[in-house]
Design a protein around this ligand. Structure first.
Ligand SMILES: [Zn+2]
Length: 555
């Protein structure tokens, strides 16, 4: 029972509540976001075996700092945009040693849990190893999203994940209900083995997000944030793979859209170029601020949403986005300690001998003269693509293969990019244009632009005018005619326009040469050139350095 005095206090409380309801509240909600971490926890490059400015341990340090310095009226959320379980040898180790770990112990999810991620969206690579593997990696984490990952049987969101979450944060002492919707790129069947996602399918993101917005509003969401493993389309506006422009145009209710997949950095400063060359110089599309943080934890998105509550309603006053580099940031020792056993097992595994070298392959001069090491890369490309010719640059002049046992580490360091392999059909005239273009990169940096061709004999005369520098060009002892046709192996970076080789051959506006081999289609992630290099050595057992001196340069 209330006494006289208690009644008086209650009356004062009621009065002050009445005053408060007319008062404005304000503060900042800071959203830390990552994308495409691809198995990077410690600041270590497993391919080059060197320390590197990347990984969740550095991300954690930045978030810890943010938590420490946050104002009394402010709050924080941490969100990841997916591509978690594939990328580094650490990820590969977990896949290849499933009996060494239990559900929830995967080092990436263990790190997410320790850092305190509020939401994690699945990426396309989460489906690389099947749904059982994915479930095991997720463990008991209830913050994993994938609204458009639909169960074939129920027609609803797959029960391994949730369509959205409602998080309550505190701004200026007042509760704010924040809805977070997560969706994945529906283009997964274009690059994934169907058995890996048997039982689910992926639907267009836009209608799913619209439905989730409706439901979240009905549940009283004050603000709504989107996270998509999908990016800003570069060419095709209606790309199924990259739907960020469509999402932003259809869902202006989103106060922030965290995106991923393209491995680029988007924030207020960097902006982004969309389809038809449309430039969003501040990274804001149809009023929706978009943020993407590159890959491997080299950046953390820091988005500040300034909120105000007036007349009982929260509104977003202003949003700023900034992708902060992890360069020079120290690894969080707590995250390092947790991942260390797996990191050390991975390093040990990389010392596995996969074959023998009959003699030394030296990378030192391989970017400006014919070498056994680039001939090896080209031979691997020709072998798997089944082509007459192959084109490749030298990617790492500091990596040699020593005589004797070859380790996984050595082969991983030789081909340092995540390229896939294509076999294409071109004619003699196009080949000549390709080689002319290569000649324009001879002796320049970065040296990865300079392609060397295997399968033809040729001379580059740098004293001749541009356009006529390929003075000798023979296939099996015969001069190449413009009308001859050849098959040639190139990497996907070249195929997609990298270094301008496609344009040099006249393939512009999305036109491409005829494809006769696509390693991603054929082998999935094992179709990466690095994996093919390893496979080649394993198949051959012993490799012998041979350099056929099929080309030379006159300077
Ligand atoms: Zn990725």
């Amino acid at each position: 029972m209330f006494g006289k005095r208690s009644k008086k206090i209650l009356a004062i409380a009621a009065l002050s509540a009445a005053i408060t309801s007319g008062t404005a509240f304000a503060g900042d909600l800071t959203v830390y976001s990552t994308s495409d971490i691809h198995g990077s926890v410690i600041g270590w490059n497993y391919f080059t075996a060197k320390e590197a400015d990347l990984g969740l341990a550095k991300v954690s340090t930045i978030i810890n700092e943010g938590r420490k310095n946050k104002g009394q009226d402010d709050d924080i959320l941490v969100i990841d945009g997916g591509d978690i379980l594939q990328g580094t040898p650490l990820d590969t180790y977990m896949v290849q040693h499933p009996n060494e770990w239990k559900a929830g112990q995967h080092p990436m999810f263990a790190a997410f849990n320790k850092i305190g991620y509020d939401a994690i969206e699945l990426g396309n690579h989460e489906f690389n190893f099947g749904l059982d593997y994915l479930r095991k990696a997720i463990g008991k984490n209830k913050n994993v999203l994938g609204a458009n990952v639909i169960d074939d049987k129920t027609g609803k969101t797959w029960n391994g994940v949730r369509p959205y979450l409602m998080k309550t944060v505190k701004i200026d002492g007042e509760k704010v209900k924040v809805g977070i919707i997560g969706t994945d790129t529906p283009a997964i069947p274009n690059f994934e083995d169907p058995s890996h996602f048997a039982g689910v399918h992926f639907t267009d993101q836009v209608p799913v997000i619209k439905q989730c917005i409706k439901e979240l509003k009905a549940q009283g969401a004050d603000i709504i944030i989107g996270v998509t493993h999908s990016g800003v389309p570069r060419g095709d506006r209606n790309s199924a793979e990259n739907q960020v422009v469509s999402i932003a145009e259809a869902c202006p209710e989103l106060s922030l859209l965290i995106c991923a997949h393209n491995h680029v950095v988007i924030d207020n400063q960097k902006g982004v170029t969309g389809p038809d060359g449309t430039v969003y110089s501040d990274g804001v599309i149809n009023g929706v601020p978009v943020v993407e943080s590159g890959k491997d934890g080299k950046f953390v998105g820091v988005s500040k949403l300034t909120l105000k509550k007036a007349d009982g309603k929260w509104t977003v006053q202003k949003v700023s986005t900034q992708a902060v580099s992890t360069k020079g940031v120290k690894d969080d020792p707590a995250i390092v300690a947790q991942v260390k056993p797996w990191h050390e097992k991975t390093l040990k595994h990389l010392q596995t001998v996969i074959g023998q070298a009959a003699d030394e392959f030296s990378g030192a001069e391989s970017n400006h003269q014919d070498s056994a090491i680039v001939d090896l890369v080209n031979e691997v490309q020709r072998h798997y693509a089944g082509t007459q010719l192959s084109a490749s640059a030298s990617f790492n002049t500091s990596q040699n293969i020593d005589k004797g046992p070859i380790t996984l580490q050595e082969m991983s360091g030789l081909y340092i990019y995540e390229n896939y392999l294509y076999g294409i059909e071109i004619n003699g005239a196009e080949l000549r244009k390709y080689m002319e273009h290569a000649a324009s990169f001879y002796g320049t940096t970065p040296d990865y632009n300079y392609d060397m061709i295997q399968g033809v004999d040729y001379t580059i005369d740098m004293t001749k005018p541009v356009g006529s520098r390929i003075t000798k060009l023979q296939y099996k002892g015969k001069d190449v005619k413009d009308t001859d046709t050849f098959t040639m192996a190139i990497n996907d970076y070249r195929m997609n326009g990298g270094s301008g080789y496609m344009a040099a051959m006249g393939y512009t506006n999305g036109k491409k040469p005829k494809v006769i081999f696509d390693s991603m289609r054929k082998y999935g992630d094992d179709g990466q050139m690095r994996a093919l290099m390893i496979r080649y050595v394993q198949e051959k057992g012993t490799i012998t350095p041979t350099c056929d001196h099929n080309w030379n340069v006159i300077k």
